[in-house]
Design a protein around this ligand. Structure first.
Ligand SMILES: *[C@@H]1O[C@H](CO)[C@@H](O)[C@H](O)[C@H]1NC(C)=O
Ligand SMILES: *[C@@H]1O[C@H](CO)[C@@H](O)[C@H](O)[C@H]1NC(C)=O
Ligand SMILES: *[C@@H]1O[C@H](CO)[C@@H](O)[C@H](O)[C@H]1NC(C)=O
Ligand SMILES: *[C@@H]1O[C@H](CO)[C@@H](O)[C@H](O)[C@H]1NC(C)=O
Ligand SMILES: *[C@@H]1O[C@H](CO)[C@@H](O)[C@H](O)[C@H]1NC(C)=O
Length: 198
């Protein structure tokens, strides 16, 4: 009984470390601040979710590191829902696979697509666009997001809609094409479903 329980408790850890060892995926770090760089709140995750996952700043930074989600937030005491988060720090780098570092480097395809939105729930608002990031950046870089950020989404690059070249502050959508982010997600979902059927 005791051993069974111990094993069942260990199993996810064993599986997780196995996945970790084979994976080329490292942490993604996002920092959000006002124009002047003040009030920087940060989000970090080691996950690359296989379905589009949306985060509202007001929800994830409202409390300290959550236990039910696989991410860590920092400096939450700085968070102010009134702040216009127009400054985005972005850092994402692949890891080497069995010593092979050919997939690692700033400007190369990253393991996840990140989309930042001016509205809550990963939506455009007031004719403001959303922006995509899917290139690696080893040291991280700070970008100005014109419309500000209220939410962002993360999805594994393998599951994201096809991109010619990886994104660096790639302006997406427009006033005329609201909810393109959701649309892309739906297309991806449909495509995954198709693959399953085939
Ligand atoms: C925000 O936080 C990140 C991660 O700690 C850091 O690298 C970045 O320099 C910070 N940005 C500003 C404007 O302080
Ligand atoms: C990666 O992120 C996890 C949280 O998801 C954190 O516990 C870990 O310390 C981070 N590792 C590095 C090298 O920053
Ligand atoms: C989060 O942690 C900081 C220090 O670690 C603390 O000052 C703050 O009150 C905490 N906030 C919440 C919402 O628990
Ligand atoms: C980085 O890792 C991801 C996930 O394993 C992979 O899809 C991508 O192709 C890698 N990038 C490069 C340049 O190999
Ligand atoms: C944030 O600032 C930008 C540029 O100054 C503006 O276009 C946007 O409407 C502002 N967003 C909010 C929520 O105030």
């Amino acid at each position: 009984m005791y051993f069974t329980q111990a094993f069942l408790t260990l199993l996810p850890l064993l599986l997780a470390s196995q996945v970790e060892a084979q994976s080329s995926i490292q942490n993604l770090t996002l920092g959000f601040s006002a124009n002047d760089g003040k009030g920087n709140v940060t989000f970090s995750t080691s996950e690359a979710p296989s379905s589009v996952t949306c985060f509202n700043l007001a929800e994830i930074f409202a409390s300290n590191a959550s236990t039910e989600h696989s991410y860590v937030v920092d400096n939450t005491q700085n968070f102010n829902p009134q702040t216009n988060y127009t400054s985005l720090f972005y850092q994402q780098l692949n890891g080497s696979i069995n010593g092979d570092t050919s997939g690692v480097g700033t400007g190369k395809d990253a393991a996840r697509s990140v989309e930042v939105f001016p509205g809550e729930d990963c939506r455009e608002t007031d004719g403001l666009s959303w922006y995509g990031f899917s290139c690696q950046n080893a040291d991280g870089e700070t970008y100005t997001v014109p419309g500000g950020v209220k939410s962002f989404s993360i999805v594994s690059k393998a599951e994201s809609a096809n991109q010619g070249h990886c994104w660096i502050l790639a302006k997406q959508g427009a006033a005329s094409t609201s909810f393109k982010g959701c649309f892309a997600a739906v297309i991806t979902a449909a495509f995954s479903g198709l693959l399953l059927i085939m």
